[in-house]
Design a protein around this ligand. Structure first.
Ligand code: MN
Length: 182
């Protein structure tokens, strides 16, 4: 985790800052605003912003979505929305796990809000983010090998199972309610 945060995530931040150094008008926007409208990023830096800006936004949400303590199940509006969409929290966990295991190569699996009140599980390749498709990520799991190889080697399924056990449902449930107001 320390290497993941202190080196991998840090590299995305440093590379993003380097890419944006020549574009002060972009540096004033939030990273979410930039990623929602990549087409307005000058072409010369667009790929660097997509890779490293996506990396920064994705990892920021990833760290916030985990906690050593706190609620281990969703609450409030999100609990109801998950039951409505997936039948039960257990079914949601199974489908999220299957999505995380289905990513070929490097990428992410997400719970997204694709429209008001509409939850869906999706995957993205590389550091692409649901923001680029006009969707709101509720939370996501990093399934790049760098996220699990040091501890779990090739056993991605063990890493995904461990991730479910440390999800910060206080934060995620609160985030969902904030997203509904946007
Ligand atoms: Mn990562």
């Amino acid at each position: 985790m320390e290497i993941h945060h202190g080196r991998h995530h840090a590299a995305y931040v440093n590379n993003l800052n380097n890419a944006l150094a020549g574009a002060p008008e972009l540096a004033q926007k939030s990273i979410e605003e930039i990623l929602r409208d990549l087409g307005s990023v000058p072409e010369a830096m667009r790929t660097a912003v997509r890779h490293n800006g996506g990396g920064h936004a994705n990892h920021t949400l990833y760290w916030q979505s985990m906690s050593p303590s706190g609620r281990r199940t969703p609450s409030g509006e999100l609990a109801r929305a998950i039951d409505t969409r997936f039948g039960s929290f257990g079914n949601f966990q199974d489908q999220f796990t299957q999505a995380a295991l289905s990513v070929f190569g490097s990428g992410w699996a997400w719970l997204i809000l694709e429209a008001p009140g509409q939850l869906r599980i999706v995957t993205t390749p590389n550091q692409d983010t649901p923001l680029m498709n006009g969707h709101q990520p509720v939370f996501g799991i990093d399934v790049w090998e760098h996220a699990y190889y040091l501890k779990y080697q090739n056993r991605r399924a063990d890493y995904v199972a461990a991730f479910h056990k440390v999800l910060n449902w206080d934060y995620i449930s609160e985030r969902y309610e904030q997203l509904l107001k946007k």
